[in-house]
Design a binder for this molecule. Structure first.
Ligand code: ADP
Ligand code: MG
Length: 456
């Protein structure tokens, strides 16, 4: 072992750098207690006093430590963290500090090992802060049921839906709820990505038994974004076994994904089918009402002073997902605070130009053609055909009207997408549909419905 003064000096510099990078608090808790044992053939050996610290440091700081070591010494290829308990180190004279086991503040009521495997919970993601609407009511009800249940009624609860629609929020809400009501129950929440990472590390550092034990000891296991392990066979295999072990012991499992179980490509058939055995609840794209409700809730919660018109404008135009909707609201509020003036419609349009454009772009003319053809039960090709029969001409006009209303394309551009029609034809279609809408409430409703489906 070369633990001469050069190595000691390198270690001192690395510790100094880490202190700058992670800040005083984290440094004191996690890095100060590390003891350098030495460097052997490019392998840096570091000891920590507890297993918990080893896992935490490995999960959070190992890459950084390795990088800093490599900057100091390019012979270094690995950094290995091992547990040397204070008694052992006293006996061997290594002198590891006997610090008390640190407890992360973000993880109350949990023993340290569990905290090291899980991911922290966002304090804002509670049931109280979740706005319920048609698109998410089933998922919300199912999540609440799981949170309040004393016995397992469906296993797993499988939540799925597009990005930014509230899957993670609901999972954290379950965890917070259980933690508050039953502090002794072990709830473990983590992403599928982190699950895989932990598993790979367990294999590499030969603590697979610890890994298995840990995951099989929880009362509620929640794995977020399970689509991440698509195509990752070994991780799927391990997850499948963990999953079955928990279900066999009547423990609750909650899983989220961006697709339904049957649509998860790259997922082993038995896992896919197993994931669909419990309750599968999807979160639909947002509606105007839900978006407005969320904006109102957030504004009230933070006592933001936002004119109603501005909120309606946001709810109309930021349709992609709730994350972007929140982002737009925050941007407006930040601006208002900065300039010391409340937001009006004009500044909102101005400040959110890029977001709105991105949201508008999401609706394409092809999408409109498809949706309209499907709705009126005509062939997609008839959207561009020369047929003039009312049965196809009317739907075509509706589609042109929607293309004008929902996209930023010009009349000639729209005409060209409908079989090379002239811009005056498109204009005529727009007028015709407007007229019909004002005369016929049923038709109006139909067009509104199509519009809403496309906007979502
Ligand atoms: P996902 O995991 O489905 O991608 P998230 O749960 O991360 O989405 O939600 C994105 C953001 O939108 C979060 O800030 C979350 O709090 C918020 N959000 C989502 N759904 C709702 C809702 N129904 N009520 C209030 N906020 C919500
Ligand atoms: Mg998520």
């Amino acid at each position: 072992m070369t633990s001469g003064s050069a190595t000691e000096q390198q270690w001192a510099r690395i510790r100094g750098r880490m202190r700058q990078i992670v800040g005083e608090g984290a440094y004191k808790s996690w890095l100060k207690p590390l003891t350098l044992l030495g460097v052997v053939e490019g392998e840096v050996r570091i000891s920590v006093p507890t297993r918990f610290m080893r896992d935490w440091v490995s999960a959070h700081y190992l890459d950084q430590l390795r990088r800093l070591w490599q900057e100091e010494n390019d012979a270094v290829h690995t950094v290995e963290v091992t547990v040397v308990t204070p008694r052992e180190s006293a006996a061997s004279g290594e002198g590891a500090p006997a610090e008390a086991r640190p407890v992360s503040e973000a993880m109350p009521n949990l023993n340290g090992d569990l905290a090291a495997y899980g991911a922290p919970l966002d304090p804002r993601f509670t049931f109280e802060d979740f706005v319920v609407g048609k698109p998410n009511e089933l998922a919300h009800a199912a999540a609440q049921k799981v949170a309040e249940a004393t016995t397992v009624s469906f296993n797993p609860l499988f939540l799925y839906g597009g990005v930014g629609l509230g899957k993670t929020h609901l999972m954290h809400a379950i965890a917070w709820h259980i933690r508050r009501r039953h502090p002794t129950r072990k709830v473990l929440y983590l992403s599928a990505e982190k699950f895989m990472y932990q598993f790979i590390r367990a294999l590499r550092f030969k603590h697979v038994m610890d890994f298995k034990e840990m995951f099989r000891s929880v009362d509620v296991l929640m794995i977020d974004d399970v689509q991440f392990i698509s195509g990752k066979e070994n991780t799927q295999e391990e997850f499948f076994h963990t999953f079955n072990a928990l279900v066999d012991q009547n423990r609750q499992v909650v899983v989220s994904a961006d697709k339904s179980p049957s649509d998860l490509e790259g997922m082993e058939e038995r896992l896919r089918s197993r994931l669909g055995w419990g309750l599968v609840a999807d979160i639909h794209p947002t509606t105007y009402e839900l978006r407005l409700g969320i904006l109102e809730a957030k504004a009230e919660q933070h006592s933001y002073d936002i004119p109603r018109k501005v909120m309606e404008f946001l709810a109309h135009r930021i349709t992609s997902n709730i994350r972007e909707l929140e982002g737009s609201l925050n941007r407006l509020v930040a601006h208002a605070e900065l300039v010391g003036r409340p937001i009006n419609l004009e500044t909102a349009q101005d400040l959110l130009r890029d977001l709105i454009r991105a949201n508008d772009r999401r609706i394409t003319i092809d999408q409109i053609k498809r949706q309209v053809a499907e709705h009126f039960k005509v062939r997609l090709s008839d959207m561009a055909s020369a047929r003039r029969a009312r049965a196809v001409a009317r739907p075509r006009q509706v589609a042109m009207y929607l293309a004008k209303r929902l996209t930023t394309r010009s009349l000639p551009e729209i005409g060209s997408k409908f079989g090379g029609r002239d811009h005056t034809t498109v204009m005529h279609a727009v007028k015709k549909v407007e007229e019909l809408c004002s005369l016929d409430p049923a038709f109006n409703e139909e067009v509104e419905l199509l519009k809403r489906m496309l906007e979502n």
